[in-house]
Design a protein around this ligand. Structure first.
Ligand code: MN
Length: 299
């Protein structure tokens, strides 16, 4: 490996906390003014961390999606998922749900009944991964992976740890199947830690720090909590802990092959053309994306 292959940060974006939907707090590095997406990633929402009292927690009741994938990764708390394809599950701390909306799905994403009634801490991510035109109308798919099935690895010195949600790192491969090549990894880097991991040269890559700080690349620049760096060309990503830090840096490493297609997006739909967006609204309103069937017991 030569140093020339290590990707360096070329653009750093600071995410600000904002209120979304019915009032939950998110930190959102994309989309932001001037940066609508980092192809193929359309949206990165860090939800919370928020501590709710009894009866305070809120979520996103029944709503549709078409044309892309939603990935939910919980760090703390629980979300309950239901959709029009009949899937129902609770996403707990460390779990991942990789949902392909494809041709259309209606789902609800609500704090679990435990969180709603008793309150608690909620922290996690929702990331939108775009689909290429040829897959936008694919059959909806749901992959729920519990925390203990997510492959993990550490460096020999124990100073760097990774949870491999998608792609490969430190010799382990993800169990989730993605429609397009995607890297989605949760890295923890302690002071003194120094790791270089492969990310294919044809991927666009970014690092988003959600706790502490980290050095990215061979330079001295530090990426801090709430900052996202888009990385330049190369086939390696280097992460280093910051000396003197008592708590480790935690970050997502995301990468994917850019689709390089037109993006037409409005609310819950992401297509290639405005006509396809209009068709998506028509199909949703006429019920073609289905509805969530609930039993009397649950409601
Ligand atoms: Mn949704």
């Amino acid at each position: 490996m030569t140093r020339a292959n290590v990707r360096e940060p070329v653009n750093v974006v600071k995410a600000h906390r904002q209120t979304e939907g019915a009032g939950f707090i998110v930190r959102r590095p994309i989309p932001t003014m001037g940066l609508p997406l980092v192809d193929p990633f359309l949206l990165i929402d860090e939800m919370g961390p928020s501590v709710y009292g009894p009866g305070q927690a809120i979520g996103a009741p029944d709503h549709p999606h078409r044309g892309f994938e939603t990935v939910t990764y919980m760090l703390d708390g629980e979300f309950e998922h239901e959709d029009s394809a009949g899937h129902h599950g609770i996403i707990r701390a460390g779990d991942v749900q990789w949902m392909t909306a494809g041709a259309g799905i209606v789902h609800s994403e609500m704090p679990s009944s435990t969180i709603r009634y008793e309150g608690g801490r909620v922290h996690g991510f929702q990331i939108w991964v775009n689909l290429p035109a040829r897959l936008k109308m694919t059959r909806p798919r749901y992959q729920g992976v519990p925390s203990d099935r997510i492959p993990t690895a550490s460096t020999d010195d124990g100073l760097v740890h990774v949870r491999v949600i998608a792609g490969e790192a430190l010799g382990v491969s993800a169990v989730i199947d993605t429609h397009t090549p995607i890297v989605f990894q949760d890295w923890t880097v302690h002071a003194g830690g120094d790791v270089t991991t492969g990310v294919p040269a044809d991927h666009q890559a970014l690092v988003y720090v959600f706790e502490g700080q980290v050095r990215v690349g061979n330079g001295d620049a530090v990426l801090r909590e709430g900052e996202m760096a888009i990385l330049g060309q190369g086939d390696q990503v280097r992460l280093r802990g910051v000396e003197g830090d008592e708590r480790p840096g935690r970050m997502l490493l995301l990468a994917g092959v850019p689709l390089a297609e037109p993006v037409a997006r409005y609310g819950p739909f992401v297509m290639n053309t405005r006509d396809e967006l209009i068709q998506a609204f028509r199909d949703y309103e006429s019920g073609k994306m289905g509805e969530i069937t609930r039993t009397a017991e649950w409601r």
